[in-house]
Design a protein. Structure first.
Lengths: 280, 165
């Protein structure tokens, strides 16, 4: 009984203390506000500082709470927006793929136009490179046109940058092109400015750096670096006047007959995609 | 059941090998040398599989290589079969688990392949070339082949349970 009585008394005491504390805080806040309104510079500054600080704290807490409620309120909207954006993103990705395809097609057409502008006097069939051989001793690739398109063996293959090679094997729908870099090929060429004939041969050692060897040039003719090399038209394989490349280096030997030059073809054989086969 | 898994594994290897060789490695020349993934696959299959599996696999891969890349039959078929037989013989002497054995043998088979193409160019194309070039091409190509071979060995080890009887 005594225990119950004493606990009640304790509760009352606690309540009265609590109210006292609240009253003191309210009185303090009121007095600070009152002091802030009276013109005592130091006191008003201190009071103003306290008021400002408390109001900033209160404002920032309110801001955080509002942001939180806004965030949770907007989650549903955000989800919907996210879904819409995802759908849009997917559509854009598909569009981008289509654009890439169109760019590739455009590049191919540009290449075709380029070939046509340079070699419009030839009757040509355009074909795409579909396979490259992986031996380190040959330089051949496969194109997607064959007998059904009118392609025959030993026809000349060109790109927008010049001579590529010749058709070595033909099937119904595909053909093998042996490039001029292949060590088994040799092309009769003409050195542009001096109108002299020579032979451009594929070479095992130069093949790796995509270069050709120029041999059999007349002893008295002067070979100069930068000289352009064209096909001479001699022989049955290549037509006359197709650009091959330019002389990069002249290698002189003790014996004049042994001298040779290194030709850098203008065609980039590794990145060939579209070629034209001269069918006429 | 294990037989089915083995055939599936080899089928997958064949498809992936050709796809990677055609679309990636054939367009990628490093120092003028191409990586021969198919050769490394033939070599590792000969190392890890029983002769009946590996010889059939080499025959198919050689035949397909010939038909796809050279439009004739024999050039790749012969050399892949020869390499397979040689590896089968060597596996009786050496341990396939030894990584050094794998690395050195992959270099040797690359050299044999390049030597074969050198002989082929003399016989078929009448082009005589310094034998020194075989060594250069083998070394250049061999280094890349060894790296590819090591990566493939990891795959073979991962599937050890299927491959071993």
């Amino acid at each position: 009984m005594n225990y119950v009585m004493s606990s009640r008394k304790n509760n009352r005491k606690k309540k009265s203390k609590f109210f006292q504390i609240i009253l003191v805080i309210v009185a303090l806040i009121l007095s600070i506000y009152l002091l802030a309104s009276i013109n005592f510079p130091i006191i008003s500054e201190i009071a103003g500082f306290i008021v400002n600080t408390t109001s900033t704290i209160v404002e920032s807490i309110r801001g955080v709470i509002t942001q939180g409620t806004d965030y949770f309120g907007n989650v549903k909207n955000l989800n919907e927006e996210n879904q819409k954006l995802n759908e849009e993103n997917q559509k854009l990705k598909v569009d981008l793929l289509e654009i890439d395809k169109l760019i590739a097609e455009n590049n191919e057409l540009k290449e075709a136009v380029d070939i046509d502008e340079k070699y419009n006097h030839f009757n040509k069939i355009y074909a795409n490179v579909i396979l490259r051989e992986y031996s380190n001793w040959n330089e051949t690739f496969v194109i997607n046109k064959g007998k059904t398109s009118g392609i025959k063996e030993k026809q000349t293959v060109i790109s927008s940058n010049g001579l590529v090679g010749y058709i070595s094997t033909v099937t119904e729908n595909t053909s093998v092109v042996t490039t001029i870099l292949d060590p088994s090929t040799s092309v009769s060429v003409e050195i542009a400015t001096i109108n002299e004939l020579a032979l451009a041969k594929g070479d095992f050692t130069l093949k790796d750096s995509e270069q050709l060897k120029l041999t059999n040039a007349p002893i008295d003719c002067e070979l100069t670096v930068g000289e352009k090399i064209y096909t001479s038209g001699i022989g049955t394989m290549y037509q006359k006047g197709i650009l091959i490349g330019e002389i990069k280096e002249v290698v002189n030997k003790k014996n004049d007959i042994d001298r040779y030059a290194i030709i850098t073809p203008f065609t980039n054989f590794n990145s060939l995609d579209l070629v034209a086969v001269i069918v006429e | 059941m294990k037989r089915v898994y083995k055939i599936l594994f080899l089928g997958l290897l064949l498809i992936l090998g050709f796809a990677l060789q055609v679309y990636l490695f054939n367009n990628l020349t490093i120092g003028g040398t191409k990586i021969n993934l198919l050769l490394m696959i033939v070599f590792l299959v000969a190392m890890w599989f029983k002769p009946n599996y590996s010889i059939t696999f080499s025959f198919i891969i050689g035949l397909l290589s010939d038909l796809i890349f050279t439009y004739s039959i024999g050039r790749f078929l012969i050399i892949y079969l020869l390499i397979n037989i040689l590896v089968i013989f060597l596996m009786r002497l050496y341990n396939k688990e030894n990584i050094w054995v794998t690395a050195i043998l992959s270099l040797i088979v690359t050299f044999i392949l390049e030597l074969y193409f050198w002989i082929y160019s003399i016989i078929q194309l009448s082009l005589v070339q310094n034998l020194f070039r075989v060594a250069i091409v083998s070394l250049k190509g061999g280094l890349f082949n060894v790296i590819i071979c090591m990566l493939l060995t990891l795959v073979f080890r991962k599937f050890r349970r299927i491959l071993e009887d």
